[in-house]
Design a protein around this ligand. Sequence first.
Ligand SMILES: NC(=O)c1ccc[n+]([C@@H]2O[C@H](COP(=O)([O-])OP(=O)(O)OC[C@H]3O[C@@H](n4cnc5c(N)ncnc54)[C@H](O)[C@@H]3O)[C@@H](O)[C@H]2O)c1
Length: 256
Amino acid sequence: MQVKESVALITGGASGLGFGAASRFVARGGSVVVADINEARGAEAVAELGEQARFVACDVSNADDVAAAVQGASEAMGRIDILVNAAGVAPAQRVISRDGDLFDLELFKFTVGVNLIGMFDVIRNVAGVMAANDPGQDGERGVIVNVASIAAFEGQIGQAAYSASKGGVVGMTLPIARDLAGIGVRCNTIAPGVMDTPLLAGAPQELLDSLAKLHVFPQRLGNAEDFAHLAQALIENPLINGEVVRLDAAARMPPK
Ligand SMILES: NC(=O)c1ccc[n+]([C@@H]2O[C@H](COP(=O)([O-])OP(=O)(O)OC[C@H]3O[C@@H](n4cnc5c(N)ncnc54)[C@H](O)[C@@H]3O)[C@@H](O)[C@H]2O)c1
């Protein structure tokens, strides 16, 4: 599957890694539908991306939103060839705080609801649309790229919910690839290290510098271009399937 002349649905495409993928795909002759909960930023994003981009408002944790967004995207563009699942939230809380407060169970459910269940809901809806695509090389009808995190493997203090959600994304990658083999759809996951996106906006420079040092080489924060480059590689290499790829310059996260 080539990005050029393909239609990509990108959740979380209004900002950060998702927007980076959208920019790269459009620059290479693809079309994108940005699906994001942030309507203001979504409108700005498609204005910046140009004619090859559309926006659809969507909360991935709301099943009605997801069904409508996927249907709307496929009707507007005629098909969906690529899905990039970049929508995500990253709240942090300890299981028990220093004051003895227990982790807020609603926050745990919210995090898993967006990052894992919401992502799965988008995948199943888009797979239903991809199944109707004409088969290309090797009988391929579509490609899915999910965004997990290295917190799936080395979650830090406060990341129980986030790591659970991203661990779920890692865990479902292979069985989804196996399930969708019958319709010619591949599914891979990128597990980024620390990426310089609006998620980190407002963090003090000292913290950013210390986070960058976790990356062994090159010793800098990752960025949306690094992500988009790998996403394109996973989309365009027909033999990569059911894989989770760390994008972290050999980082291994310490407890804090
Ligand atoms: N930035 C990092 O260091 C880093 C590291 C590892 C993994 N990630 C993951 O990368 C993904 C993208 O993060 P980012 O750094 O680009 O952050 P970001 O905040 O810049 O972008 C996330 C986007 O997701 C959207 N979003 C949030 N909740 C949503 C919902 N319920 N429905 C639809 N859209 C929703 C936001 O509006 C935003 O546009 C996330 O899944 C995040 O967990 C980020």
